[in-house]
Design a protein around this ligand. Structure first.
Ligand code: G3D
Length: 199
């Protein structure tokens, strides 16, 4: 009887936990994205003033519960000296969100190098990847198409993992708060693999 009840309790209340890394260069908007996500999806979370967020140094952690899933986001610092720590977290991760500053054309090649290094890590093979072309609220930003072109030689290295590239503004929430598409996609691919990516 106890086994039956505890099984039922687990079935009803226990959540499937997933760790999702948020990576990208410093200033890409990783922490702002995490704050938007927590504000939108955590019932009791009182969001901080997004315009007061400063660049990630070290690690920020955030958790949201969606349905039967618990997503634990780890937002890692993107400065060059901190990028060498990223791979320490790879083995624990079920998904990766890679944030690109669409307004920073100068550092796009730097971001591509970090991206390439990350996707060619054997530990991350097959791990779903969401790429966010952030800061789309700024008029002069590069479009998703421009970014895909700049990253095109990375495409073959993405391999068979599930991958989605999305425009967004973590600050204003446009293309992000209005839509839960990225989250629905992430939850789907964390549960099952099969979609492939064209960058
Ligand atoms: P990081 O965690 O990747 O280092 P942050 O980046 O989240 O700290 O953001 C870096 C700066 O970019 C912040 O501005 C933040 O407000 C801004 N930012 C983040 N996302 C967006 C966005 O979608 N649109 C715009 N316009 N700005 C964004 P400051 O001025 O504090 O450096």
């Amino acid at each position: 009887m106890y086994t039956l009840l505890s099984g039922l309790w687990k079935y009803m209340f226990q959540k499937d936990e997933y760790c999702v890394l948020i990576l990208g260069l410093d200033n890409a908007g990783k922490t702002t994205f995490l704050e938007q996500t927590k504000t939108k999806f955590s019932r009791n979370y009182k969001g901080m003033n997004l315009s007061k967020i400063t660049t990630t140094v070290g690690l920020n952690i955030g958790t949201i519960d969606v349905g039967s899933a618990r997503l634990m986001f780890w937002d890692l610092g993107g400065q060059e000296e901190l990028q060498s720590l990223w791979d320490k977290y790879y083995a624990e991760s079920h998904g990766v969100i890679y944030v690109i500053d669409s307004t920073d054309e100068e550092r796009l090649s730097e971001s591509k190098i970090a991206f390439e290094k990350m996707i060619t890590s054997e530990v991350l093979e097959g791990v779903p990847l969401l790429v966010l072309a952030n800061k789309q609220d700024i008029e002069t930003c590069l479009s998703v198409g421009d970014i895909k072109t700049a990253f095109s030689d990375c495409a073959p290295k993405i391999g068979k993992r599930d991958c989605l590239v999305q425009p967004c503004s973590a600050l204003t929430g446009n293309g992000f708060r209005l839509s839960t598409e990225w989250l629905e996609w992430l939850l789907t691919v964390l549960g099952s693999n099969g979609i492939s990516c064209v960058m």
